[in-house]
Ligand binder design. Structure first.
Ligand code: ADP
Ligand code: MG
Ligand code: MG
Length: 252
């Protein structure tokens, strides 16, 4: 589904990603962990196509297409979804209207008729139940005055509505209390299916108590320095990042 080959990327002229390789197949859940400042969010931003991030080398294939050639909106329409570490507030636009527009844009791109109001509401009700989000939240301006937990829940709801092929969640756990964390993780688990893949980016192993990854990768200093199964996350929890970063520093 996603193939990242030797990606190098700069931010403001500074090299942050120094050769990232990663293969994700449909149905798999991958976790990227790593110390702060390693380049985790930069990788997510490169995949999303954010402007300040310049890819200087490498290739990304998503569902057979050259991802880096696609405009950010088209990446989303192809089925890439990104939940960011710091969700933006959009005053004056309700979540409901925003999602309806996004869902119908995506349908149009794939040559489908727009959903009528009845069908849209029906889907919305189903997904609201799934992520345990309240109707009142959806009629308010996107994220305006939302608590940290409400913002994250709203993102998982948007993801549920858009049914992405690949969902990338960047530090969806930061700032969440245990109840919100459980709801967000449950939402992700319920949405996950064999045709869909998930990439979870997290600094802490805590989220991985709720979302079971098939593979765990450690990103450090712009490279994936270690990959393993979920036992690697437990080892990191126990020993901290030092045992991996010291080894990596010696080999660089
Ligand atoms: P992580 O998500 O692993 O904590 P980031 O990808 O956010 O790491 O950051 C990696 C490095 O890139 C850091 O040194 C950070 O300061 C730098 N960086 C990231 N985004 C920007 C930006 N927009 N402008 C300047 N520097 C940035
Ligand atoms: Mg960070
Ligand atoms: Mg980050």
């Amino acid at each position: 589904m996603l193939s990242i080959k030797n990606i190098h990327a700069n931010v403001e002229g500074k090299q942050i990603l120094k050769g990232i390789n990663l293969e994700i197949k449909a149905g798999e859940v991958h976790a990227i962990m790593g110390p702060n400042g390693s380049g985790k969010s930069t990788l997510a931003s490169v995949l999303a196509g954010r402007e300040q991030y310049e890819v200087t080398e490498g290739k990304v294939t998503f569902l057979g297409k050259n991802l880096l050639d696609l405009e950010p909106e088209d990446r989303a329409r192809e089925g890439l979804f990104l939940a960011f570490q710091y969700p933006v507030e959009i005053p004056g636009v309700s979540t409901t209207n925003f999602i309806k527009a996004a869902v119908n844009e995506k349908r149009k791109y794939h040559g489908q008729e727009p959903l009528d109001s009845v069908a849209f509401l029906k889907t919305m009700k189903e997904k609201m139940k799934l992520v345990e989000i309240d109707q009142s939240l959806l009629s308010r301006s996107i994220n305006e005055g939302f608590s940290g937990g409400e913002k994250k829940r709203n993102e998982v709801f948007q993801m549920a509505m858009l049914e992405p092929k690949l969902a990338i969640l960047d530090e969806t756990d930061s700032g969440l209390d245990i109840d919100a964390l459980r709801i967000v993780a449950n939402g992700i688990n319920k949405l996950h299916n064999p045709e869909q893949a998930v990439l979870v980016i997290t600094h802490y192993q805590r989220l991985l108590d709720y979302i079971q990854p098939d593979f765990v990768h450690v990103l450090y200093n712009g490279r994936i320095v270690k990959s393993g199964t979920k036992e690697l996350a437990l080892e990191l929890e126990e020993k901290g990042y030092d045992f991996i970063t010291e080894e990596a520093d010696l080999t660089i």
